[in-house]
Every structure is written in C-alpha cells, then in structure tokens.
Design a protein around this ligand. Structure first.
Ligand code: GKR
Ligand code: MG
Length: 416
C-alpha cells in the first residue's frame, strides 16, 4: 500500500436551495447545483473538492475519475496534465477544462494537508493574514419563488429588494448577520439610473464603506461610460459593465473608475490582450476555473507584475469552496479588495459540518486544521444528492426560469 497513491475519486452531484436572485440573465431557480468530490487515497485519507454543477461539468469530472486512480496525490501538475489531455479532444476551451482540473487539485491539496497535518494555506506558501475579508453580495430579489406547477411559493428571511430602499434594507441585514464592511450590488437588472440610485443610497447609508456594482455586461460602452461618470468617487470599482476585452478597453479609456472583471479575462490566454489594451484594472480571481489554488497564487504574481489589483469572484457555493477560497486568499499577499461570496444565500444547506467556517465581522478565519480544515457531513451530502436526483434539475437556466413568469422576457446583452 502506498499511502499517497490515489485509489478513487468519488463524484457526487447535489442540489441545494437558492433564493430568487435577479441578474442580467434572469432569476435564480429554487435549486442551485454543485458537485462534491471525495478523493480517496490508498490509506483511506479523503481530500474534498467542490465544483459548480451541470451535466457537462459532471461528465468531465466523471471522466477525470477514470484518469486519476494510481497517480500520486503530490503530483498535482501531472494529475492536472493527465485530466487536461484526456478532455482536450472533446473540450477545446482551456477555460472549460480548467473547471475540472481545478476541482481535483483542491481535493489533492486537502488530502496532502491531511497527510502532512498542515493547513492548505501552508501548502500555498503560508497565510499572510489569519482572516479573509468578504463583501456582502447584494441582489435585487423577489420576496419568494412564486407558486408554480401546483407547488406553494417558497419564501425566505431576506424579503424583497426591488428598489434602492430594498437594497439598503438587505445590506443592513447582511451587516447585522455577518458584519460585512464592503458591499457589492449585482446589477444589470433595472435601467442604469435605478441602479445608480441604489448605489447612491448605499453610499449614504454606509458612508466610507467600499461599494461595487456588477451588471454582467448588460450595458453598451456608452452606457458604461455614463455610469462610471455618475459613480465616480462612489464606487471602488465597476465590474464587467461592457462585453469583451475590446468593450472593456473602450470603457476604461474614458472611465474615472477602475474596471474589474470575472468575465472577459477567464483564461491565461486572455491576459496578454487585456494587459496590452489596458482593459482591466482589477481581476476577480476564481480558483474554480484558473486551474486551482496554486495557479491562482501564480495568477496573483502576474497581476502584481502588471499592476492589476486583485479581488475574488464567487458563484452560488457551499463550504468546501468557501474554505478553498479562504485558504488561497489568505496566501495571496496582494489581495487588494475583499472577496465576493454567495455563501449567506446558501449556507443553510451546507455539506460541511458547522463550526469551522463562520462569516463574522465580514471575515472568515483561515481554518488551521489539516487540509482545508472542514469536515464533510455525509448525511447532508446524501440528502442533497437525493434532492438532485429527485428534482430533475440538471443545468442552471436563469433565463428559462424567468420566462416561466414572463414569457416575453428576452436575454439581451447589452440591454441598455
Ligand atoms: O449568481 O447571479 C449570480 C451571479 O451573477 C453569478 O452568476 C456571477 O458569476 O457572481 C458572478 C459575477 O460576479 O459575475
Ligand atoms: Mg462579476
């Protein structure tokens, strides 16, 4: 028996509750999808990973599960290369392949840390901070998922937020519950002047607190320039106002505000043109698609070299991802802004045991236990896997879900 050899990769798709959060694509469905990885070594050590869900990503992780048995858990470069080579013929996008290699790398690092008795942040060069700051992720939202197909409406304890007063109220709740000190508003939902008013209302209610706005490319270049002018001195940065590196570069040429992205620079080959065109001033890293935690650390060094500030992107996620985000953020010296997280919207359905990961004073303390420092709750995993099986939900479809309530709704980017 070789204790560092990978015996098996167990891939479990799950579904968990998600509130009706609005964005430029529509509205979140009642269930969000993730995939949980358990990488089992020959000595029984288990490393955990978490990936966004959906059939394509599930199939790729299932393919990876056939590739990794027999490999050494410390050979993360070889593990990633083997998975990448296996996917290459059918998945031409390096960004798409990155989602698979990243999730497996995190599980390898968790297992390595458990074998060594050291936290993952130590494997990334050591934590330079013992807590990582996160921003409150504000969304326009409905009070409830409306009744559909004979089922009752599903409410939550956040309430409705469809105007500036609703957004300020949501921000207050976020601050009361988690102590957040910075705020990000997901925009691209209402006409830009309404979202400008919401940001100005936040600035008035929370003077001195960093604010951001992210319309996910809902605006033209001209509209983006207008919003940037209106919010000069109010936002710390404006995130993905317009589409593509060229669109962002055209806005940046004329914007008094720094521009940030998690949409137009999402693979290594995007860095060169983005830097040449000065398209972005802030990069939102995301270990889920940049190749994992070590590659994210390398990405931070590239950003440092080119004077690009760093923040972190998030999607609906659970505790394994939050732990991984926290470890890598702790190990990046040049983390310039608080990280995004959807965790408050989804934490009630977590698959990790409570107690380790807590959002308090707007921060998560870096876990100090071996590996990621979190423990999988097998009962919760089983429950959420059955929810996945029974629900029939297999891909995220914010636009299709919106159309069930408003058949005239069209996905239009830019919309304004
Ligand atoms: O969850 O609606 C959402 C977000 O819009 C998410 O899908 C984005 O990936 O949060 C993300 C972002 O910053 O663009
Ligand atoms: Mg974004």
């Amino acid at each position: 028996m070789n204790p560092t050899r990978i015996r098996e990769l167990i891939v479990t798709p799950i579904a968990f509750r998600d509130p009706p959060l609005l964005n430029s694509n529509g509205v979140h469905e009642p269930l969000a999808l993730r995939i949980i990885l358990q990488l089992v070594l020959e000595d029984g050590t288990v490393g955990l990973g978490e990936s966004p869900g959906g059939t394509a990503r599930l199939e790729r992780l299932q393919a990876a599960a056939k590739v990794v048995p027999g490999m050494d858990v410390f050979d993360t470069t070889a593990v990633a290369a083997a998975i990448d080579a296996d996917l290459l013929p059918t998945v031409p996008s390096s960004h798409e392949r990155g989602w698979t290699t990243s999730a497996v790398e995190v599980a390898c690092l968790d297992a390595q840390g458990k074998l060594l008795g050291r936290p993952v942040s130590d494997l990334l060069g050591g934590a330079v901070r013992d807590a990582v700051p996160f921003a409150a992720y504000l969304f326009y939202k409905w009070a409830e998922h409306p009744a559909l197909d004979g089922r009752v409406a599903i409410g939550d304890d956040w309430g409705e937020a469809l105007d500036p007063a609703g957004i300020v109220q949501q921000a207050r709740l976020m601050q009361q519950r988690y102590g957040f000190r910075s705020f990000k508003l997901k925009g691209g939902v209402f006409p830009p002047d309404e979202e400008i008013a919401a940001i100005k209302a936040l600035a008035k209610a929370f003077p001195g607190h960093p604010l951001r706005l992210d319309p996910n490319t809902a605006w033209t270049v001209e509209t983006s320039k207008y919003v940037a002018r209106e919010l000069d001195g109010v936002l710390e940065y404006l995130e993905d106002p317009a589409k593509g590196i060229e669109g962002m570069a055209a806005v940046a040429a004329d914007s008094p505000l720094p521009l940030a992205t998690n949409m137009c620079v999402i693979a290594w080959e995007h860095l060169k043109p983005a830097i040449e065109q000065n398209a972005i001033q802030v990069l939102l890293t995301d270990h889920h698609y940049w190749g994992g935690l070590r590659r994210t650390r390398e990405l931070a060094a590239v950003c440092e070299a080119f004077g690009i500030a760093l923040s972190m992107h998030s999607n609906s996620h659970l505790g394994i991802s939050l732990a991984a985000m926290t470890h890598v953020a702790a190990a990046i010296p040049n983390l310039d802004h608080s990280c995004d997280t959807h965790y408050p919207w989804n934490s009630a359905d977590d698959v990790v045991r409570p107690g380790i990961l807590e959002l308090r004073d707007g921060e998560v303390k870096v876990p100090t236990g071996p590996g990621l420092g979190v423990e999988l709750d097998l009962d919760a995993l089983d429950r959420l896997h059955r929810l996945y099986l029974d629900s029939g939900v297999r891909t995220r479809d914010d636009t299709g879900y919106m159309r069930r309530f408003d058949p005239t709704y069209e996905l239009k980017l830019p919309r304004w």
